[in-house]
Design a binder for this molecule. Structure first.
Ligand code: HEC
Length: 164
């Protein structure tokens, strides 16, 4: 071999060696940098992100006997409704606001102290009785047919509190 060839071989082996060592170093650096990504499960994240917003409950999930499963959904709905009663404010928003928010047909507006003062002066019993039975354009129970007497009283309380 000429001295040129020898020189080439030396440099070539040296470069190969350096590249090899570099590869090993990079391998460990990469392992170190991605160590905390081991817990990352892309499939789970994607499934969580694209899951449907709601679920149709077609059967009693408690796995009750078949015989009971037909009645179960109604029972579930009833317990759910009972478990989460609407707050007086929510009842007001959904049932009374339509008239009492704007003063439709002479309804005393929520927050209108002047309109409410003479009504409040009648006392809660009269307010409740008039709201329950209806008064002129005020429909019985304010159209909240599912409201109990206590519910109505709570809503009237809410309206009175906010109209003084
Ligand atoms: C369709 C419209 C309408 C809806 C809905 C309505 N109200 Fe009224 N409400 C009226 C009108 C009109 C009056 C005034 C009646 C009058 O004095 O002639 C009134 C009056 C009242 C009064 C005062 C009664 C009195 O003795 O002066 C109360 C209390 C009341 N409403 C409660 C409610 C509650 C609680 C709801 C919801 C559950 C409700 N209203 C829903 C129209 C409505």
């Amino acid at each position: 071999m000429s001295s040129n060839d020898k020189q080439f071989a030396t440099v070539f082996v040296a470069v190969l060696g350096i590249l090899g060592i570099l590869a090993i170093i990079l391998y460990f650096i990469a392992g170190y940098l991605t160590a905390d990504m081991a817990a990352y499960k892309p499939e789970e994240v994607i499934l969580e992100n694209i899951k449907p917003v709601g679920q149709v409950n077609i059967a009693d999930e408690s796995g009750a006997a078949d015989a009971g499963s037909v009645a179960a959904p109604a029972g579930d709905a009833a317990t759910a409704a009972a478990a989460e009663p609407m707050s007086p404010e929510q009842v007001y928003q959904s049932k009374c606001l339509a008239c009492h928010g704007t003063g439709v047909a002479g309804a005393p507006k929520l927050g209108d102290a002047a309109a409410w003062a003479p009504r409040i002066a009648q006392g809660m019993d009269t307010l409740l009785a008039n709201a329950t039975n209806g008064l002129n354009a005020m429909p019985p129970k304010g159209l909240c047919m599912e409201c109990s007497g206590d519910d109505l009283k709570a809503v009237i309380d809410y309206m009175v509190q906010n109209s003084q």
